[in-house]
Design a protein around this ligand. Structure first.
Ligand SMILES: NC(=O)c1ccc[n+]([C@@H]2O[C@H](COP(=O)([O-])OP(=O)(O)OC[C@H]3O[C@@H](n4cnc5c(N)ncnc54)[C@H](O)[C@@H]3O)[C@@H](O)[C@H]2O)c1
Ligand SMILES: [Zn+2]
Length: 348
């Protein structure tokens, strides 16, 4: 990885100013988008960013479906047919899926095009679009093929959140709470203090995006400190697969499991766990969703899913736990009985 991306926190107006600078003068832009971002986000993008008014665009399937080799090949084909050269810049207008695909395509085409991430979901603004990881799903394995290939620019425009479904917003909020929980007590408190409003504020979005950027800069290749961002994920992944829940929502439950284990194993204060559990229950209730619970039979089927998790080595589960909000410990060994106890406790 060479240059770190510039993040524009002042939204589309900031992007408009940026693209008028000399280094973008000879750029030819192709926007990668899906049917939802075409409808909800493209009009705002091209009305506010003058340099993109003449851009071509390529539509890809919405959601995870776009992260495939077939879709990547179609985009490469379209670029080739349009004689795209190294002056071309891909603008990824979408959630984490479009940003992951767009970055992957940019990394491969003619040994690397510049790309600009314009994330349109809360999760992408605060996480997926930042940090240089690109990926497609291959061989039935999510994110199995990809590169570290940072965007040249990332533009955070919180106005795109207005058209998200409540469930998508909740997914983003859960991942924001996760990032705050392992790094920033004040931000964490402000997020879990929110009892009624579902959408976070612009300033909370910017704060989480800055943290993600800082952590990714410190550990660009995911060898060390970046692991803290996996908080809640060992359990969350198993819950996501077993209960077919959206990723962020499953991570929200996974964080409750991890906090319970943190109380038991590394002395996290019990009131931190209680406050989080109440907040989580309130968030689920607000969306009319029941908080899932698990019996022993469920847990026996979920344990192998956790052991497949990439964080697990030598047969032991290694998790990120919390000594306190803002003080995460990585690679804490957790045995199966402790996991059983924590998952059973979800129903209490
Ligand atoms: N590269 C990374 O570091 C990283 C980190 C976390 C997640 N991810 C990836 O991100 C993906 C998930 O991203 P996501 O949660 O943003 O979902 P998504 O990109 O799959 O989008 C979900 C849906 O929201 C729609 N949508 C997007 N913006 C919208 C808007 N403003 N209004 C209305 N609808 C809109 C999309 O069209 C899609 O149907 C996963 O593939 C995951 O692996 C990557
Ligand atoms: Zn996640």
């Amino acid at each position: 990885m060479t240059k770190q991306p510039k993040i524009i926190y002042s939204g589309l107006q900031g992007l408009d100013r940026e693209l008028k600078k000399p280094e973008w003068q000879d750029a030819k832009y192709t926007i990668i988008l899906d049917e939802n971002t075409f409808q909800h986000c493209l009009p705002m993008l091209i009305s506010e960013v003058e340099a993109l008014q003449e851009a071509e665009f390529i539509e890809v399937p919405a959601g995870e479906e776009c992260k495939s080799l077939e879709v990547a090949a179609q985009v490469w084909q379209t670029l080739l047919e349009g004689c795209a050269d190294r002056r071309h810049v891909l603008v990824c207008l979408g959630g984490g899926s479009v940003c992951d695909l767009g970055g992957y395509v940019a990394a491969g085409y003619k040994r690397g095009l510049r790309h600009i991430n314009v994330p349109t979901t809360l999760l992408a603004m605060t996480d997926a679009a930042i940090g240089g990881k690109t990926a497609i799903d291959f061989g039935g394995v999510k994110n199995s093929i990809g590169h570290f290939y940072p965007a040249a620019l990332i533009c955070i425009e919180h106005g795109f959140c207005d058209t998200l479904q409540p469930e998508q917003t909740l997914c983003g909020v859960m991942e924001m709470v996760k990032t705050a929980a392992v790094t920033d007590p004040e931000l964490y408190q402000s997020l879990v203090a929110e009892k009624t409003r579902l959408s976070p504020t612009k300033s909370q979005i910017v704060s989480v995006a800055r943290i993600k950027s800082r952590v990714a800069k410190t550990d660009p290749y995911d060898h060390g400190i970046r692991k803290i961002l996996n908080f809640g994920h060992t359990f969350g992944h198993a819950i996501e697969v077993y209960r077919q829940l959206p990723h962020g929502i499953a991570v929200g439950i996974g964080m409750r499991v991890a906090m319970y284990l943190s109380v038991k194993k590394i002395d996290l204060a019990e009131d931190v766990y209680n406050t989080y559990s109440q907040w989580l229950a309130a968030r689920f209730a607000a969306l009319g969703m029941p908080l899932p619970s698990f019996n022993l039979k469920d847990i026996e089927q979920m344990l192998p899913l956790m052991h497949q998790d990439k964080k697990c080595a030598d047969g032991a589960l290694r998790c990120v736990l919390l000594q306190d909000i803002g003080a995460a410990m990585v690679d804490v060994t957790v045995n199966d009985n402790e996991v059983r106890d924590a998952l059973l406790h979800l129903g209490k």
